[in-house]
Design a protein around this ligand. Structure first.
Ligand SMILES: [Zn+2]
Length: 348
């Protein structure tokens, strides 16, 4: 298991959980996207990294706090990147739901981080809710170069190939700085435009919700594909609402509706309130097909699935019960496996 984007410090029992993940060979990139999270992750890394199993981390400034970032914040980030030779930069990017999207502040903070990634030859974890073309333009401006004619892949693959995928992909990490589109939600035009920049695509369960993204995914060469949970403090609360709301946010990309969405300031995953956003259940249902079909998959059938949503939710959090690290790991594995299964299915 390789979770390409995990907010380890935002999960309950992060220390015990880190130990458990390492013991059970659940590989991950721990993302820290604001100063308090940098401190937590640095601490976890210090405590749990070993020569054989270094904890992989990424430090960045999330667009949700772009307007709060000072030159001091950027200096501190630079120091962290300099100190940890393996650290990626990010997540960084743009997000239309947060301040600074329209006035260029998010662009400025993202650009600084893209330059940092190039300067220190690190991969860049990118968050984009809104205009992917704008991100690509900013990458170009930072100095990322498009090379040769790397056409999107059209070859099919069987499930055994998909199983080997993560092992192959790990070697990719040794290569020069690449943009990584985390929780990818773009369409085929984005894929075509991003591939020549050496882009990697980290797929999340939500990546399969939007039809245009699901249709674009099979065109990404396999070796550029990773899987992620993007698990944060909302993960164990049940996230069907989050997923649906995100889908809405994306599908309404050009509409005025999303401006009313309520964003949880504590998370980078943009929790919105479905009823506030004025979503019809019709659109949510039609996009749930991927998950519902996965629920019948033998691999996920042992998991605890909420019959109402099909996305693996228990009501434990509602009852105020704390989840154990084992339970969190089980849900992470289940989620990652469902992403892998959705990926295999969309390539059929
Ligand atoms: Zn994230």
């Amino acid at each position: 298991m390789f979770d390409f984007h995990l907010h380890l410090a935002r999960l309950p029992h992060s220390k015990q959980l880190t130990q458990l993940l390492l013991d059970r060979n659940y590989d991950f990139v721990a993302i820290a996207c604001e100063p308090w999270e940098w401190r937590e992750i640095t601490q976890l890394k210090k405590e749990f990294s070993s020569g054989l199993k270094p904890v992989k981390v990424a430090y960045g400034i999330h667009p949700m706090i772009a307007t709060q970032a000072s030159s001091e914040t950027l200096t501190k980030l630079r120091m962290l990147i300099e100190e940890d030779k393996r650290a990626m930069v990010g997540e960084a990017g743009i997000d239309k739901r947060y301040p600074g999207y329209d006035d260029g502040t998010q662009d400025k903070i993202f650009l600084a981080q893209a330059k940092l990634a190039l300067e220190f030859k690190r991969h860049l974890q990118i968050h984009c809710v809104g205009d992917y073309m704008r991100v690509l333009k900013l990458l170009e401006e930072a100095g990322f170069k498009a090379t040769s004619n790397q056409e999107p892949s059209q070859d099919a693959t069987d499930s055994s190939q998909v199983k080997n995928l993560q092992a192959q992909n790990v070697t990719r990490l040794q290569e020069p700085p690449r943009p990584i589109f985390h929780r990818f939600g773009g369409d085929l035009s984005v894929v075509k435009k991003a591939l020549p920049y050496g882009a990697l695509f980290s797929l999340h369960a939500d990546s399969f919700r939007k039809k245009s993204t699901a249709a674009a995914i099979p065109h990404i060469p396999q070796e550029r594909v990773f899987f992620e949970t993007d698990a944060d403090e909302t993960f164990m609360r049940g996230n069907s609402a989050t997923a649906n709301a995100n889908n809405v946010t994306q599908s309404n990309a050009k509409g005025p509706v999303t401006s009313t969405a309520t964003v949880d300031p504590g998370t980078g995953s943009g929790v919105t309130n479905e009823s506030v956003a004025g979503v019809t259940s019709e659109s949510a249902e039609s996009d749930d097909n991927v998950f519902l079909s996965n629920a019948k998959d033998p691999v996920t059938s042992t998991a605890i699935v909420d019959p109402g949503t099909g996305s693996g939710v228990t009501d434990k959090s509602a009852a105020g019960v704390t989840f154990s690290p084992e339970e969190i790991l089980a849900k992470l594995e289940m989620r990652l496996e469902s992403v892998r299964a959705a990926y295999a299915k969309c390539r059929e």
